[in-house]
Design a protein around this ligand. Structure first.
Ligand SMILES: [Zn+2]
Ligand SMILES: [Zn+2]
Length: 250
């Protein structure tokens, strides 16, 4: 599997990075995890506009899904005159309504579903192309999912947005790469069931037995180096900060 960080800024984009979006590729299949603010532009550095095969949305906060409105335009009003076939879009209950109302005040009822084939995510195990994926509810104010992606005996777990979550630890069990949010700073922000801090991300990785931890979703107002140091106090394996345009072979 190949993972590309398309965007990794938390909550709102930074000067350096779009919001959450991660491209996972194997056997020529391209699965995008989240499409936050600015992700569609960045994505075009890594593949063509119409080269995606499936999209997974961890939850419906704007920093994880709002560029789906821009992507709708690109697929629906395709410049060569053809309309794109529906691409599978996996998201929480209400994804189509959320995106449709974000797109326009008076949306036509059917247009989104003409180019997006919406599937409602529940905690489960299913296949997306060559990947076996496991989804689990995580601790966030809205319905939110972590996802584990497996291919060829290797595994990647992405936390989405979450507070401390035993379910996330189980999802990430023995993952080769654990892409975990660390939006908060230890000792500074402490709101339950919203975000993890660096130490908590490290603790989750340690409990899960993850082989590598990559911290992501750090907002522009947070010092990433503090979160990196905090994560290392709790996890003895390799830890690094997600950076846009970096790829990992898993
Ligand atoms: Zn977020
Ligand atoms: Zn969120």
């Amino acid at each position: 599997m190949k993972l590309t960080v398309v965007g990794c800024s938390g909550s709102f984009p930074s000067a350096e990075s779009a919001c959450s979006s991660y491209l996972v590729e194997a056997d020529g299949f391209r699965l995008l995890l989240d499409m936050g603010n600015g992700a569609l532009g960045e994505l075009q550095r890594h593949c063509g506009l119409y080269d995606l095969d499936a999209i997974f949305l961890s939850h419906l906060h704007a920093d994880h899904c709002i560029d789906m409105c821009a992507y709708f335009v690109a697929r629906y009003y395709r410049h060569d005159g053809g309309r794109c076939d529906p691409i599978p879009v996996y998201g929480p209950e209400g994804t189509e309504h959320r995106l449709t109302t974000a797109y326009a005040d008076t949306p036509s009822a059917s247009s989104m579903s003409e180019v997006f084939d919406f599937h409602t995510v529940k905690p489960s195990t299913f296949d997306i192309g060559p990947f076996t994926v496991h989804t689990e509810r995580v601790a966030h104010p809205v319905e939110a999912y972590g996802i584990r992606v497996e291919h060829g005996g290797r595994s990647l777990t992405y936390s989405g947005d979450t507070g401390v979550s035993p379910a996330l630890v189980e999802l990430a069990r023995d993952s080769d790469l654990f892409l975990c949010e660390a939006a908060f700073t230890h000792g500074k922000e402490n709101i339950p069931d919203l975000h993890l801090n660096g130490r908590e991300a490290g603790e989750a990785a340690s409990r899960a037995g993850a082989r590598k931890l990559v911290l992501t979703h750090i907002p522009p107002w947070t010092d990433p180096q503090v979160n990196l140091v905090d994560a290392r106090t709790a996890f003895t394996g390799p830890v690094e900060l997600a950076r846009p345009r970096v790829t990992y072979e898993i």
